[in-house]
Design a protein around this ligand. Sequence first.
Ligand code: SF4
Length: 569
Amino acid sequence: MERESLEMDVVFVGAGPANLSGALHLARLVARHDEEVAAGKKQGEPLGEIQIGVIEKGAYVGAHILSGAVMDPKALRELIPDFEGQGAPLESPVTNDSFLYLTKSRAIKSPITPPPLKNHGYYVVSLNKLVAWLGEKCEEAGVNIFPEFPGAEMLYDERDAVVGVRTGDKGIDKEGHRKANFEPGVDLLAKVTVLGEGPRGSLTKQLSQRLNLNEGREPQVYSIGIKELWELPDDRYPAGSVTHTLGYPSDAQTYGGGWIYGLRNHVVNLGYVTGLDYRDPLLDPHAEFQRFKQHPFLAKLLEGGKLLRYGAKTIAAGGYFSMPRLYADGVLLVGDCASFLNAQRIKGIHTAIKSGMLAAETIFDALVAKDFSARQLSGYARRVEESWIMKELRGVRNFHAAFSRGRWLGLANAGLQFVTGGRAWGLFDRARAEPGHEVMRKLTEYGYRGDDITQRYEGLRFDGKLTFDKLTDVYHAAVGHDEDQPAHLHVLDTDICSTRCAEEFGNPCQRFCPAAVYEMVEDGAAGRRKLQINFSNCVHCKTCDIMDPYQIINWVTPEGGGGPDYKGM
Ligand code: SF4
């Protein structure tokens, strides 16, 4: 097939906070360098027109961006010192913090807010709006942004050096045939490609496997955050109010916690995080969130309110020990796909922005040196190592892994870390992490009898006022995919679904997917149930790629522009 090739200098894959910050910082470094060389203030050659591109699978910058979010502004201040003056879309400064322990019927307020959850001086933000604003800054600085361009494949030379990225084809029907509007993807050739795809990036997964970037690291562990925006009838939860919760509805073996952030105009943003290293095969993160809202404290808060929006996204929680090698020939990893999130503070926007800036400084040096080898690009790992990112992540290096022994030991560890400088339970430098799909137990191992897969959530009803089923929630994520295209969820062996998985795990994809994509339906002829994939519901959270116990689900990018629309989320 004839494909167009486009020569760029640097291509950033994914228009998230890390990549947009990186692209903006790089454009400014190049412009300043050339100005200083021209003015005789600096020796060397001008770099001239450096082509910087950002590709994004969503329909616009921010379409697929979902986060809590309370932002530590430290890195944004380094990138744009007067971001407030320049009109950064900030919902509100944090005005008060509280921390609640939830039992089934009570909300016990902690007399002190744990230091990692103190948010004074920070901002409640919509990350969707923030990245849209960063995108505008990038365009003003001369960066080319290509929405609706999913990165489908990495391009390598004969030495396995990355030489760019191939974008996805458009106009293929569900049988795999070309439609009238067929357009082949473009080969974007670049001296350096920067992957900032967020958690469980599909290209990052390909690259890491091919180049062994995770060798010697702990496996990445993930959580899933499920979020809704609600409009309240009055100002009962003012803008800037921040609450975090622990306890109900998670059981003591499952990592989980909730958040409630006050936005402007009587809107609250609330959500629930469930660790994707749970044991119970019948656990359903979306149902956990519905139970969270049924707690008397939440139910009272939301009384008379109205659901506005819904979204779900995974969080890479492994941190320091799960960090892959950050560079190879012609490529760098930034943001969540490089494991820069601080799980203890539930914050990753500041580390993402900073990582993008450090990547930009490294690429700038590489452009000056005309050397894009792994040796030259290793300067990025050195910069990260010497930056405040690593200081911050090293201090909490065992935070998530310590919860593998349950809530109470995890919490004890979180407290002990302060005096031991990050050791696990005060003893070990490195606690072992297990990938979530290996942690999930089979139905009988977990103690279930019979094949009733609804038993964990017996009694949970979706009343359409406080609690909603997945399809109603998906409607509020404004998801859209052209239905006449091949499914972007590749299940390598669907026979396993009807046989082993049904028996051993009760088809957990029906539960861990927060968007009702996977459904087991009657297969009349065979007298058993078969998998149906409702791919057009997919909110691109990547949970299935992570949690499938047989690791036979491969999430790939659908046609550009498809997916959720997280406007204002
Ligand atoms: Fe998330 Fe996979 Fe469901 Fe899509 S299909 S919403 S990626 S779990």
